[in-house]
Design a binder for this molecule. Sequence first.
Ligand code: HT7
Ligand code: ZN
Length: 876
Amino acid sequence: PKAIYLKDYQAPDYWIDQTNLTFDLYEDHTMVTSVLSIYRNLDNKSGKQGEDNLPELVLVGDDLELISVEIDDKPFSDFKVEGGFLKILSLKESFTLKTVCRINPQENTSLEGLYKSNGMFCTQCEAEGFRKITYYLDRPDVMSRFTTRITADKTAYPVLLSNGNDIERGELDDGRHYVTWEDPFKKPSYLFALVAGDLQHVEDHFTTMSGREVTLRIFTEAHNIDQCDHAMISLKKSMKWDEEVYGREYDLDIFMIVAVDHFNMGAMENKGLNIFNSACVLASPETATDARFQRVEAIVAHEYFHNWSGNRVTCRDWFQLSLKEGFTVFRDSEFSADMNSRGVKRIEDVNVLRTAQFAEDAGPMAHPIRPESFIEISNFYTVTIYEKGAEVVRMIHGILGAEAFRKGSDLYFERHDGQAVTCEDFVKAMEDASGRDLTQFRRWYSQAGTPVLNITDEYNEDKKQYKLTIEQSCPATPGQKEKEPFHIPVRLGLLDAEGDELVLNESGATDQVLDVKQEKEVFAFDNIEERPLPSILRSFSAPVRVKYDYSREDLLFLMEHDSDHFNRWDAGQRLANSVIDEMVAAFEQGRELSVDRSLIEAFGTVINDESLDLAVKAEMLSLPSEASLAEQAVEVYPQFIHQARQQVKKAIAEAHKDSLEALWQSLNVHKPYRPEAEDIAERTLKNTCLSYLTSIEDKAMLALAEQQYHGASNMTDRFAALVSVINAGNHDRELIDEVLADFLELYHQDTNVMDQWLSVQAASPSLGTLEHILTLMQHEVFDETSPNKLRSVLGGFAGNMKQFHRTDGLGYEFLTDQLLDLDKKNPQIASRLMTPLTRWRKFEPGCRERMRKALERIKATPGLSSDVYEVVTKSL
Ligand code: HT7
Ligand code: ZN
C-alpha cells in the first residue's frame, strides 16, 4: 500500500455530467449497468495523453467483473483493466460510456459498496465504496446528476429506494418489479445510496420556511416499527433548528432514513436517503437508555445537517474531510446544547475530546485536522477530524462572535453551493464576512498535537496589578517536529477570596477572552485589590492542556465558587485526578495510600448541596474514567489505575452512604418516561448514587440495585441497575447470574439491547475475563458479521483495564488473533478495534513490551489490508 499526498492533488481530466444506473438485484449476484455522459475538463492540461492527444480516462473499480463496454452505443474494446483501473484510450471531448458489471453483494463482508444486511440490500459508499459497485471517477470533486433504476423480486424486496424523487415504478415478468429514482442535485458518488428490502415505514411531514411540504419517512424491519418515533421527532426538530439558526432549508420533496443492523459506523448522510446503524435510530423507553435517546437525536441531526454542510457544499478531496465533519459536529453539538442541557453537553464533548482525541494526538496516528497524507482514508474518520475539527470551528465562532459567524456561514453556503471545496474556502468566507484576520489561526488546520499552556502568575500588592504569563508549546508529532505558535482564545475569570468575580477591564466585564498568539505572552490586569484565583479556559475555549499550579485548596475553592459550570466541574476532575495519581504512584512503589480526606469531603459537599442543578451535580459526582486517567498519566499502570479509582469510589461511598442513599430514595420515583433534560438529570443522578452505593460490599446496597432492576419502568433505570449489580463484583455472583439471565430472557429478540448486555459483561473488571469473552462469542446472540456485536465484545474487552491488560499478555494475544481473522472480512472494523494496542508506548514496561510484540505479530502477517497495514506500521 502507498501513501497519497494532499500536495499532489490534481483536478480530474474528465467530468461526468449525468450518471444513469440500473441495478438488477438477484439472490446470487447483481448486474450493474452504468451509462455515463462524460466530457473533458478543459481547464486541465496535465494528464497522460492518448493517441488523439486526449488524456486517458481512468475509472476506478474494486472487485468487479466487467461484462461489457460501449462508447456512444457501440461495442468498444480499446480499454485495459489493470490493478483496479479501467483505462480507456482513444477518446473524444465528450461521449457516453456504458459499462456492465457483475458484483456479489451477498459475499460482501466489508460492508462497503453494495451488501446485504438481514436479507436487505443496502449501500455504504463513503469514502471509497462506490468503486465496489461500478467503474467510476470515485472522488468527491466529480459531481454528477444521478438516475437509478432498481429491479428486484417483488415479494422479497417490495421496497426499492435510492436518492431523490421516485419518478417511475412498474411490474416486470417473473414476479419482479422496478422503481426509478431521479436526484435533481449534482452529487459525488460517495453520496449515492440504494436500499431494497421488506421494510415498513412511519411517515410524517414538515413544512419548510418557504412553505414547501416535505414527506419524511423512516424505514425499518416490521418488528422495529414502534421504535421510530423519537428519530422522527428529532428529525423535525433538526429541520426547524437549521432554518432558525443557519437559515438552511431542506431541498427535496422527500427525506428518508433507513435502519440497518450491519453498519460500520453510526450513519450516513446520502442525499435524501440517510442510512443508519439501527442502534443510532431506534429508541423506545423500554429498550433504549437516556444515552441512546440522546445519541439518536444527535446523529439524526448530524446527518440531516450534512445536507448543507457536506452535500450541497462538499469536499474537494478527502484531505478536506474535516470541512464537512468538523463543521457538522459543531452544528450538531450546538443543536444538542439547545435541545438539552448546554452545560452537560459541553462536559460530555470535552470528556470525549480529552480522553480519545488527546490520546490520538499524542500517539502514532496523530494528524492535523487537515492531514497531509494517508494510505487508507477509512482510517481518517477519527476523533481528530470530527471532534477536534468541531473545536476549531467552535473557536472561530468564539473569535468572530455569533453574528459574524452566521454571516460567514451564509457567505460560505452562497459562494460554494453545488461545489466541492476546501477548508481554506471555509476560513476565507469567515474572514471575508467578518473582516477578522485568521492568518495565524489557520495553523490549527495544518499542525497536529495538543498545545500545552504553561501558566504562571504574580501579584503586585503596591501596583494592585495581577499578571498572568502564558507560554505555549506543542509536542512533536509524526512528521512535525517543530510547531509555530497557535492563535489560542483563552477565556478567563478572576475570583476574589469570597469567590466573587473581579472586574477585568474598563468595560466592566468579569470574563474575558485572551487572544494568545506568541510563544510567551504576559497579560496584566489593573485595579485588582487582592491576589485573585484564576479560572482559566472557561467553557474549554480551546482544545489545549492547561498547566497551572493549583493547590488542592484552590481546586476545592473553584469547585464551590466558580461561576463557570464547566470549570467548576473541571476543578473536581483535576482534584480527583491528582488524588488518584498520587495513589497510583504509591502503589507503584509498593506502598498503600489512603484516600485524601479533602476529596472525600468535597464530594460530600456536592452530594449535600441542594442549590446545585441536578445535571451538574451528577456530572460533578462522576469520577474521571479509567481511560481519561490513563490519558493524563505519564506512564500507564492499568492495574493500579483500576485499583486506585475503585478505592476512591468506595471511600466516597462509605463516607457519604446515608446521604447517597437518601438522595437515591428521593429520586426513585416512578413517572412516565420522557427523554427531557430535567428527567434525564434526575435519572442520571439517581443512578450515579446507586453506582456509588453498590461499590460498598454491603448486601443491603445490592438489594437497592435489585429492587431498582425489577421495579424499573424504563431501560435507563433497569440497565443502570444491571450495571451496578455487575460492577459490585463477584461477592454475589449468584445475583449477577440471575439478573443477567433475566435481562437476556426479557430482551433477547432486540439486537441493540443485546449489544449492551454483551458490552457490560465484556467491560466488567470482575466478569469480563478472557474465558468469559470466549463464552460470549459463542452465545447465540453474538454475530461475528455484525460490527455492533464486535464493538460490544472486543471493544468492551479492550477497554477493560483489569482484564485486557492482564500480566500474562493473553488479553493482547486474544485481541490480535481476533483482529487478524477479522481483517480478512471487514478491514475497517479490524483497524478501528486495533486502536488500544497502538497506545503501547505509554504503558509501563511490562505491558509495553507485550503490546509491542502483539503489534509485531500483526505486522509480520502476510496479506494485511491497507487499513490494518497503515495503522500497524505507523504504530511501531
Ligand atoms: N459521513 C459519514 C461517514 C461514514 C463512513 C466512513 C467510512 C466508512 C463507513 C462510514 N459510514 C459513514 C458519517 C458521518 O459523519 O455522518
Ligand atoms: Zn458526519
